[in-house]
Design a protein around this ligand. Structure first.
Ligand SMILES: NC(=O)c1ccc[n+]([C@@H]2O[C@H](COP(=O)([O-])OP(=O)(O)OC[C@H]3O[C@@H](n4cnc5c(N)ncnc54)[C@H](O)[C@@H]3O)[C@@H](O)[C@H]2O)c1
Length: 237
């Protein structure tokens, strides 16, 4: 595996679930991890326990991004890895969805991903290149009833990833999307629910997604603009 020791890696939504597992794995591999989240208590406690840095970041706020990236570069150096993982979901059936719910999901999931890529691009170029992993979903590959804003945001991330890969490729920056299925996290707790429609009849674990993200950041050196599905076979039908 390619060494990530000493590489600066920002993980948005790094305080919980898939982001937390990714922060733990990258830190254990020697990366200089920055956990960027709105959950300051959880994020700073996790950062302290794994030797990472915590930064308050609302991904939907472009000024937050500018401040956070400037302080990371000043304190740790140029950024090599960005995991745009922060995400929210809301019930938004087309006939009754509120405009506020629609706007919040798009702002965090889709606009936040754009803000993140734009904010780190110059630093990654200065680092000689890097990798950006954008967390989409199986909801970015198929439709799902009742969560129109979430589905639109995740399909948007998929297309945005491909365009960004073309824009940033000349600077040796790879941009990839990951598409998890049913993963047992606080956003989507397994509880007593059985996952439906999969080939592998169990919930995925956040650590399994984290291992794919590490592979994409470190070793998928000839992949960019492409989709990596981790869904127990949900979309194989
Ligand atoms: N769990 C699943 O089954 C699943 C499936 C497919 C995709 N995903 C995606 O994976 C990503 C992580 O989800 P998870 O299941 O680990 O959820 P989670 O709720 O456990 O973690 C999400 C994290 O994002 C943070 N966050 C929320 N809004 C933020 C904001 N505006 N700025 C910064 N941080 C913010 C939260 O504080 C939290 O720490 C999300 O993008 C989600 O859509 C999850």
């Amino acid at each position: 595996m390619t060494d990530v020791t000493g590489r600066v890696a920002i993980i948005t939504g790094g305080a919980s679930g898939i982001g937390e597992a990714t922060a733990r794995l990258l830190a254990s591999e020697g990366a200089l991890v920055v956990i960027a989240d709105v959950d300051d208590d959880r994020g700073s406690a996790l950062a302290a326990s794994i030797g990472a840095t915590y930064a308050h970041l609302d991904v939907a706020d472009e000024d937050n991004w500018a401040r956070m990236v400037a302080s990371v570069v000043a304190e740790l150096g140029d950024i090599s890895i960005l995991v745009n993982n922060a995400g929210v979901a809301a019930s938004t059936p087309i006939a009754t969805a509120s405009t506020a719910d629609w706007n919040r999901v798009i702002a965090v999931n889709l606009t936040g991903t754009f803000f993140g890529m734009r904010a780190v691009a110059a630093s990654m170029k200065a680092a000689g290149g890097g990798a950006i992993i954008n967390t989409s979903s199986v909801a970015g590959l198929v439709g799902t009833p009742g969560i129109s804003a979430y589905v639109a945001s995740k399909w948007g991330i998929r297309g945005l990833t491909k365009s960004a890969a073309m824009d940033l490729g000349p600077d040796n920056i790879r941009v990839l999307s990951v598409h998890p299925g049913a993963i047992d996290t606080p956003m989507s707790p397994a509880g007593d629910r059985k996952p439906g429609g999969q080939i592998i009849p169990r919930w995925g674990q956040p650590e399994e997604v984290a291992r794919m993200i590490l592979f994409l950041a470190a070793d998928a050196t000839f992949s960019t603009g492409s989709e990596f599905v981790i869904d127990g076979g949900f979309t194989a039908r």
